[in-house]
Design a protein around this ligand. Structure first.
Ligand code: PA5
Length: 440
């Protein structure tokens, strides 16, 4: 199959090429592109370390070896324990590629995510584990935490580990895979307990880590083609590191957002016309929120700046928030994401009388495309700025392209806004405060 580019279809409304080029040159964006490109040669030893993941052949080998070992246990359930950057990317790819309702379609290994300390959610996971144990099925737990000390993750892990220990008093360690920074407290505990370990390179931050062991191990366990993920990420890198700004979708998207931000458009809506992409939206919210929302800029000046990421789902949200988007304040820009070819299509009968005769014989994809075009027309008429991306299909290759493109976009946006896109000092503060309160 000829692999067509995801970004062929990136179009931007209401902003001229001249303006885009001038903004890029005023902010020396091409210098940053050169720096990022050359930093990939330094592998995991630069702030842009995450971009090296898709070139790391040893990583694929290590992950696949461990998957082979763990598959011998014949697990029917995989529980990913992790929050934020340690689970959002994995969930996004699982839902986009396999479908959001994947667990209902009887796959060989079902996946569950224990993210927060919501007793009702974790109780459901405990129930799932117990049911599998009754059927003599094996359960595997992947604990993912870069720091190794995140409250929610450790709380969930302790509860689920206790269950594992009850079921497999001698061999529980075989059912645990820990993915963390080398040398973290959890790393050390895992060595003592003989849990399988995969490391997260030091400079690969949580929200940029989906193409490291963080995403690769659980995704490979449930049958996602991780080589294709890396292939897609590499393709996005080659496209999005181009010096020609007008052909570089990540740079274009960052410039589009920044130009509008400078004109007080402080909200960026990712409008996804595929329910399976909702997880990508949640992942993107973290990526933008943590990378761009900053109190201090790179010069140490207090700026309290940021673009607020929102996520909308087409066409559902047209029936809820479109009134605000089209009639409310001019403070939002939109990125429409559509899917060219859905996994299935449904055709309406054409031999029966219909309340809406124009629907007879039409396919769902035709109707959805008409809704998308109608929405764009309305945005144009109301002078609401947007850009559009089209995913040819929801497979590993294209979903990885989209996510890698968005990560580069965030690095460019960090440069344009003069903030560090890799730290999250204010999130750390909430974690310290939580530790303090719980330690009283
Ligand atoms: O992007 C980040 O660094 C954070 O959102 C983390 O992913 C999140 O807080 C979880 O941290 P950890 O992986 O250390 O458990």
């Amino acid at each position: 199959m000829k692999q067509q580019l995801l970004f062929n279809h990136l179009t931007i409304s209401q902003i001229s090429e001249r303006k885009i080029k001038k903004h890029a040159s005023d902010h020396s964006l091409s210098d940053t592109i050169k720096i990022i490109e050359s930093s990939i040669k330094n592998q995991y030893e630069s702030p842009y370390a995450s971009l090296y993941c898709s070139f790391d052949k040893n990583l694929i080998k290590t992950v696949k070896n461990l998957v082979e070992i763990k598959k011998k246990l014949q697990p029917t359930v995989l529980i990913v324990v992790g929050i934020g950057g340690s689970s959002l990317g994995t969930k996004a790819i699982q839902e986009a590629v396999l479908g959001r309702y994947y667990n209902a379609s009887n796959p060989p290994i079902k996946i569950y995510f224990a993210q927060t300390v919501d007793a009702d959610k974790t109780a459901t996971i405990i129930h799932v584990m117990r049911s599998e144990f009754i059927k003599h099925n094996a359960v595997l737990i992947a604990v993912v935490t870069k720091s190794g000390t995140t409250t929610e993750t450790i709380a969930n892990f302790q509860v689920l580990l206790h269950l594992l220990k009850t079921e497999y008093p001698e061999t529980y360690h075989e059912h645990v895979v820990v993915i963390t920074d080398e040398g973290s407290v959890l790393w050390k505990l895992s060595e003592q307990e003989k849990f399988s370990l995969l490391k997260i390179p030091k400079l690969v931050g949580g929200r940029y880590s989906v193409f490291s062991a963080v995403g690769l191990f659980p995704l490979a366990m449930i049958g996602i083609n991780i080589e294709k993920l890396h292939e897609g990420a590499q393709k996005a890198l080659s496209t999005c590191l181009q010096k020609n700004i007008l052909k570089n979708p990540a740079a274009l998207s960052a410039l589009f957002q920044h130009i509008h931000y400078k004109n007080n458009y402080t909200i960026s809506d990712l409008f996804l016309f595929s329910l399976d992409l909702e997880g990508v939206g949640q992942w993107y919210r973290q990526l933008m929120g943590e990378s761009i929302g900053k109190e201090i800029d790179v010069h140490g000046k207090r700026i309290m700046a940021g673009i607020t990421p929102t996520v909308s789902l087409g066409s559902i949200d047209l029936h809820s928030v479109a009134q605000l988007y089209l009639g409310g304040p001019h403070d939002k820009i939109t990125t429409f994401v559509t899917v060219h070819k859905t996994k299935t299509d449904i055709i309406l009968p054409d031999n029966e009388p219909s309340l809406l005769p124009y629907l007879s014989g039409k396919s769902f994809s035709t109707i959805m495309n008409a809704i998308v075009d109608g929405t764009k027309a309305a945005y144009l008429k109301h002078n609401r700025p947007f850009c559009s991306l089209e995913l040819p299909e929801k497979n590993e290759y294209y979903v990885a392209q989209l996510m890698q493109m968005k990560m580069l976009e965030m690095m460019y946006l960090g440069h344009l806004m003069e903030v560090n896109p890799f730290d999250q000092p204010n999130v750390e503060l909430y974690k310290t405060e939580t530790h303090r309160i719980l330690s009283k």
